[in-house]
Design a protein around this ligand. Structure first.
Ligand SMILES: Cc1cc2nc3c(=O)[nH]c(=O)nc-3n(C[C@H](O)[C@H](O)[C@H](O)COP(=O)(O)OP(=O)(O)OC[C@H]3O[C@@H](n4cnc5c(N)ncnc54)[C@H](O)[C@@H]3O)c2cc1C
Length: 552
């Protein structure tokens, strides 16, 4: 089913009238597109960059009720916050169930330095289990002895007394978003990346009736790069950039968001030497720090600082590298330094402003706003974990306005690749297509049962069955699949969001780029000049990342 074909979708956007046009293809927008399409609405989804290019590919990748929020809720006797923890845990269950290839349980070890500290976290995490009880089958929390802790996490410093082990969910955030987009498209939504909303057209009453779109890929002179999409309603899902769209629709509105920057540092995984993650409940300045295995590396995060650079991509800087290394060092046996750094990335939390609070204590919650003058709907705030609930609330409002009485169907809807999936599916790929074990496992974890389509491409053409890089399980066939079935349009779309290499290993990303450009170029009909421009732009970007982080 060619639902991700750019030129067809571009034509449809211009020629059809929609019930709902969703602006922004991150977790919120993709979740809304699926929900609305499943309810039978005629949906358009436009994204100015790539799907999940912004915050939704730069999270800690935890699907959680929020252990910290539970602690705050009890300390402040805040029942609203308790409800949020419960919602998060309910959603955790659905998120894992609806795409088990992309979301799985993650064991987190919380090291403590004394008996009473262990008791405190054991009680807290047992309560956390209790709040989730009956909804999912994640293992319960356990108090581990010092010996058992070191056995599970050999890289830990030796002064540790014991640890409390608990479970949450982990996702591949960008690929989860891509699965949502694909599922929405298969349910009938017309989706398009690299398409920016630049202006709204209004009727005599000042209500938005159409949006002007700019093709951000083909904006060279002589090429048509402006289009119009008509829709009954427009839903702003632009995350941290939501105020920009709100003010574009109605300059009289006041700003609602107060985005905060969060960065992650990526280290070699031998620093911990474990499949388990580490939760450090209190760094020197009182923040939580995570060290999480992801794609064979270790994500260290995160920070929480105000951000005033508008739409510029947030990057990891040298001070943040030191801050995160310093926060982690007391828990790690070996000395950790810049030589362990493989990559890093920054994102912006789309926090709703709350006067008189510091960013680190703001709550993550969401809101559906309707501007009565322009008619623009905005989905504000939230987190990855609650994307489905956020979408349900937003599309309930849309349906109320449009007089549509259908119920939300996303709670039980399996995402693309989850149909017929089980944890042994990789064995079928290995057996039927003769692929090596690590490749079969990788394909199954990223594409679910759709791994068969990638494997078929690989076995159909010798060149495509080759590895992209010797040390990684990525196949060249994935490049072709990403262009044909996942709307990848640039080298970065593939390396950052489709295979996640930019997030985990800058040097490997650079090494892979020429082959990616070559194969993408063939699929997309790039000239030699375009291919070289692509490559050079990508190399420049990675140099900027390295310079900003102070990494050679
Ligand atoms: C450091 C960090 C760690 C986090 N960790 C977690 C976590 O572990 N668990 C969790 O549950 N949540 C976490 N979050 C929160 C979560 O990542 C976000 O809440 C979520 O990804 C926001 O999704 P979104 O779709 O609202 O925004 P985005 O992902 O930013 O999507 C908005 C999209 O709108 C597009 N856009 C903007 N303007 C236009 C326009 N004019 N036209 C078309 N498109 C436009 C952008 O390009 C962007 O892709 C974290 C966030 C950060 C920053």
């Amino acid at each position: 089913m060619h639902v991700m074909e750019r030129s067809t979708n571009l034509q449809r956007l211009q020629n059809e009238t929609f019930d709902l046009c969703i602006i922004g293809g991150g977790a919120s927008g993709a979740g809304c597109a699926l929900d609305a399409a499943l309810r039978g609405l005629k949906v358009a989804l436009v994204e100015k960059s790539d799907f999940a290019a912004e915050t939704s590919s730069k999270s800690t990748k935890l699907i959680h009720g929020g252990v910290r929020y539970l602690e705050q809720a009890f300390k402040n006797l805040d029942f609203a916050q308790l409800r949020q923890v419960r919602h998060g845990l309910e959603e955790r269950h659905l998120l894992l169930r609806n795409a088990p290839h992309l979301a799985h349980p993650l064991a987190l070890v919380t090291p403590v330095f004394s008996w009473w500290e262990g008791l405190y976290y054991f009680i807290g995490l047992t309560l956390y289990d209790w709040f989730a009880s009956g909804r999912d089958a994640l293992p319960k929390s356990r108090w581990l002895s010092g010996k058992e802790t070191l056995r599970r996490v050999p890289g830990l410093a030796h002064g540790i007394h014991s640890a409390v082990l608990y479970f949450d969910g982990q996702i591949d955030d960008a690929r989860y978003c891509l699965a949502l987009v694909r599922s929405a498209a298969e349910a009938g939504a017309v989706v398009l990346n690299h398409t920016e909303v630049t202006e709204f057209d209004k009727d005599g009453q000042g209500k938005i009736v159409a949006a002007r779109l700019r093709d951000t890929l083909n904006s060279s002179p002589g090429q048509q790069d402006e289009y119009l999409v008509s829709s009954r309603l427009f839903l702003n899902c632009t995350g941290p950039q939501a105020d920009h769209l709100r003010l574009l629709a109605n300059p009289a509105l006041s700003k609602r968001l107060d985005p905060s920057k969060g960065v992650h540092l990526v280290l070699q995984n031998d620093v911990l030497g474990s499949k388990d993650a580490l939760l450090i409940p209190k760094t020197r300045d009182g923040r939580i720090l995570f060290a999480i295995p992801f794609e064979g590396k270790l994500l260290i995060g995160t920070t929480d600082t105000a951000y005033h650079n508008g739409t510029a991509e947030p990057m990891l800087d040298a001070g943040e590298v030191d801050f995160l290394l310093d926060g982690l060092q007391p828990y790690i046996a070996q000395h950790i330094g810049r030589q362990h750094v493989k990559a890093g990335f920054g994102g912006l939390r789309p926090l709703i402003a709350s006067a008189n609070r510091q960013t680190k204590s703001l709550l993550r919650d969401h809101e559906v706003e309707r501007d009565p003058d322009s008619g623009l709907l905005s989905l504000l705030g939230g987190k990855w974990t609650t994307y489905r609930l956020m979408a349900k609330d937003a599309i309930d409002t849309v349906c109320e306005i449009l007089g549509n009485h259908t119920e939300c169907g996303t709670g039980s809807h399996l995402l693309a690749g989850a149909e017929g999936y089980d944890a042994d599916f990789w064995k079928k790929i290995e057996r039927d297509y003769g692929l090596e074990t690590d490749i079969s496992q990788h394909l199954t974890l990223k594409y679910g049962t759709r791994a068969e389509s990638v494997a078929r491409l690989a076995t159909g053409q010798a060149e495509l069955s080759e590895r992209l890089l010797p040390a990684y399980p990525f196949l060249k066939a994935e490049i072709v699949y990403a262009v044909r079935e996942e709307m990848a349009c640039s080298v970065r779309d593939f390396i950052a969001r489709r295979i996640r290499l930019e997030v985990t290993d800058w040097q490997a990303a650079l090494d892979a780029a020429p082959v990616v450009a070559e194969l993408m170029g063939r699929e997309l009909g790039w000239t030699k000049e375009t291919r070289e421009k692509e490559l050079s732009a990508y190399r420049t970007l990675l140099s900027r990342f390295r310079d900003s982080a102070g990494i050679d």
